[in-house]
Design a binder for this molecule. Sequence first.
Ligand SMILES: NC(=O)c1ccc[n+]([C@@H]2O[C@H](COP(=O)([O-])OP(=O)(O)OC[C@H]3O[C@@H](n4cnc5c(N)ncnc54)[C@H](O)[C@@H]3O)[C@@H](O)[C@H]2O)c1
Ligand SMILES: [Zn+2]
Ligand SMILES: [Zn+2]
Length: 409
Amino acid sequence: MPGNGNRGVVYEAPGKVEVHELDYPGFELKDGPGVNPANVGRKLPHAAILKVVATNICGSDQHMVRGRTTAPAGLVLGHEITGEVVETGPGVEFVKTGDLVSVPFNISCGRCRNCKERKTGICENVNPDRPGSAYGYVDMGGWVGGQAEYALVPYADWNLLKFPDKDQAMEKILDLAMLADIFPTGFHGCVTAGVGPGSTVYVAGAGPVGLAAAASAFLLGAAVVIVGDLNKERLDQAHSFGCETVNVALGEPRDQIEQILGVPEVDCAVDAVGFEAHGHGRDAAEEHPATVLNTLMDVTRAGGALGIPGLYVTGDPGARDEAAKQGSLSIRIGLGWAKSHSFFTGQCPVMMYNRRLMMAILNDRVRIAEAVNATPIPLDAAPQGYHEFDEGAARKYVLDPHGVLAGAA
Ligand SMILES: NC(=O)c1ccc[n+]([C@@H]2O[C@H](COP(=O)([O-])OP(=O)(O)OC[C@H]3O[C@@H](n4cnc5c(N)ncnc54)[C@H](O)[C@@H]3O)[C@@H](O)[C@H]2O)c1
Ligand SMILES: [Zn+2]
Ligand SMILES: [Zn+2]
């Protein structure tokens, strides 16, 4: 019941998350673990409170839970939120109680220069430290995470995407739950890599973002989609919907790409791995954070583009060398320069794509939940879900705080 408390997933220590009692959200940002002091006391008349219907575990959460960031103990996790509006602040004009909505993981104001240019991943008004913010994330201003029974969304009129018909939406709710992050993120990776009809595409990483990128590449008309990983189960998942696969543990992708395409190059490439990348071939057991970026330059044709949704950090306490601890990696920029490559990095501006991808889902043009193997689990099973995901399960775990997905699945 609204007003009667809340429960959610809390980061405790590296490798450890727990479900705790939390405060029910209010229309003011309170102090707490990870909340930027400049954000404490911020008034939120423009916010809506959601009863969370689905909230997914993400590889981005794993960077924090593995202890690879400066996330403080007590941080409430969760940035992939789908829910029903149960309360609106006095400044909310169009969103109504009862609306079933998707929440872009980027928190944005709709008023700053970047938002006006639809660059909602780098909003200037929501994170006192730097442009760009997300729910439940380290260094993102301290907005409370949404892996919980209830969550607060600021600038609700601007941020929320309403599903046109609630009954129709509940039938596809596991697909629609992917609109908060990974489907737009994978799609953005492909759009920025220049994927179009007839393209050949290499997607590094067969985690949920890589699989979403692969499904997006097909939606954009790609001729051949090749997915690389070193996790056999995840490669099988990619193969299940028509992707070719490359096992990077067997060596550099260029040789396996040549066997598939007849040439060792693709038109477009997407990095869905990020800074915790493993090496290739004999180096596969170790982390080599620049490997994927260097490989993408190696296998992308001259004049091609690299979409880089995979996350890179400005500080990595767990890095193997001093430079990488500061976020400096050994990138072969000379190779990219020689091939006139374009690079697109950063948070996906979810709002740029979520409405169109919702329409593709509702009209049966794509089966994103199936592609990423979306798997609902109870909120209380979150610690186990985090553990299995970290072990490399070929699943996208979707927390079900009110027990409504079990029936829908
Ligand atoms: N830019 C954005 O807006 C955005 C949004 C969501 C997620 N992300 C980032 O995208 C990345 C992927 O997310 P995810 O949820 O799929 O994570 P994940 O950890 O589940 O998947 C990463 C996969 O990469 C594989 N891998 C490791 N080294 C590799 C290599 N050299 N070549 C190919 N595959 C390799 C791993 O085995 C794993 O399966 C993460 O870095 C995440 O933070 C970014
Ligand atoms: Zn995410
Ligand atoms: Zn803004």
